[in-house]
Design a binder for this molecule. Structure first.
Ligand SMILES: Nc1nc2c(ncn2[C@@H]2O[C@H](COP(=O)(O)OP(=O)(O)OP(=O)(O)O)[C@@H](O)[C@H]2O)c(=O)[nH]1
Ligand SMILES: [Mg+2]
Length: 328
């Protein structure tokens, strides 16, 4: 389909070519993006312009010596954990977000269609996780704010494509993360790092396993991969293993769900408090309200590892599914 660009576009493009500073280039590119009609014929061009915008934005910020935080995107965490979806171009990161959440990211056949992070919430039983779609990362190019974004998350979901050299994709993405000093939990961290490493929970998601042939390729991938990380084969197209993926996020998240109740009442099993494993009664009370923790006398608890209604003290370690009645 022809792009059918209006004359004003070419004028903006001329400004772009003549611009001297990165900031002027960004301005001209943004103008081009506004003018450009939005249809299939301009998809590729829009992606290309966006890529240039992020490149020149990064350059202009570096010039100003501004802090990197200002150039970046900070997405507020919501839900029980923040899961950032990373990977090479075109592996299906945006498709995964679109399939599991109400978010509506751009999905496209060509690479580098995503250029800014997009969050969405996915439900698991009575809680939710935040998924964060991001632009692709490659050896050639990565948005400069991506490092900070990944370092802030709770879990990394690396999405690779079974049909496009999954081993190579894994190794490239893994080594980019390493360069950012990001290592998966449970992995040896190299000695002699100059700055502190970032240890993250990580799950490898092999996408586009649509049919039997892809399944065979996935088996071969697993044999050759030799990396001990949680891994799941999915197909966003066929809906394969998407629920399994969310369940794996829950398992990895290291959280427990605890319910509270008032004396003589039943707990509301739809709204748990989410706490890290090994949390104590005191930590639960802090989470509820600061007055609670000051005035806390004791609590009664119902659950699998206690007697019904057993009295517990502040340092009692809570378990998944416990029901707690706090007395102040
Ligand atoms: N066959 C098949 N194609 C898929 C699947 N998931 C995504 N795709 C296709 O792969 C292409 C890329 O999908 P996106 O979701 O845009 O990929 P992305 O990783 O977000 O791409 P970038 O943002 O450019 O990095 C699109 O044409 C999708 O329709 C899948 O499970 N099976
Ligand atoms: Mg995308």
């Amino acid at each position: 389909m022809p792009a059918n660009l209006p004359p004003a576009y070419f004028e903006a493009e001329r400004c772009f070519r003549e611009a001297k500073t990165p900031a002027e280039k960004v301005e001209a590119l943004e103008e081009m993006l506004t003018i450009m009609p939005k249809h299939k014929g301009t998809d590729k061009l829009r992606a290309d312009v966006r890529r240039k915008i992020s490149k020149f934005k990064a350059q202009s910020q570096q010039k100003k010596g501004a802090s990197r935080k200002e150039t970046g995107y900070s997405i507020d965490k919501e839900g029980a954990a923040q899961v950032v979806i990373v990977g090479p171009p075109n592996s299906g990161k945006s498709s995964l977000l679109a399939k599991l959440t109400n978010a509506n990211p751009e999905v496209a056949e060509f690479p580098h269609s995503t250029w800014k992070p997009t969050p969405g919430m996915v439900r698991y039983e009575n809680i939710q996780f935040q998924l964060l779609d991001t632009p692709p990362i490659t050896n050639e190019y990565m948005d400069p704010w991506m490092g900070d974004l990944i370092r802030r998350c709770d879990i990394i979901a690396m999405v690779i494509d079974i049909r496009n050299g999954p081993l190579r994709q894994f190794e490239e993405t893994f080594s980019i993360l390493k360069d950012l000093r990001i290592f998966p939990q449970g992995f040896p961290v190299p000695q002699g790092l100059e700055k502190a490493p970032f240890i993250k929970k990580m799950i490898v998601v092999v996408n586009k396993v649509d049919n039997g042939e892809d399944e065979e390729d996935y088996e071969i991938f697993l044999e050759l991969w030799e990396t001990e990380l949680p891994c799941v084969d999915i197909s966003t197209k066929m809906g394969r293993n998407l629920a399994r993926f969310v369940e794996m996020i829950y398992d990895l998240s290291g959280i427990i769900r605890v319910f509270t109740k008032a004396p003589g009442k039943k707990p509301d099993l739809n709204s748990p408090f989410v706490l890290p494993k090994e949390s104590t009664l005191e930590e639960l009370a802090t989470k509820i309200h600061k007055d609670f923790v000051t005035n806390l006398k004791f609590a009664r608890i119902w659950g699998e590892s206690v007697f019904d209604g057993q009295m517990i003290q502040r340092d009692h370690i809570l378990q998944e599914g416990d029901v707690v009645e706090i007395h102040t």
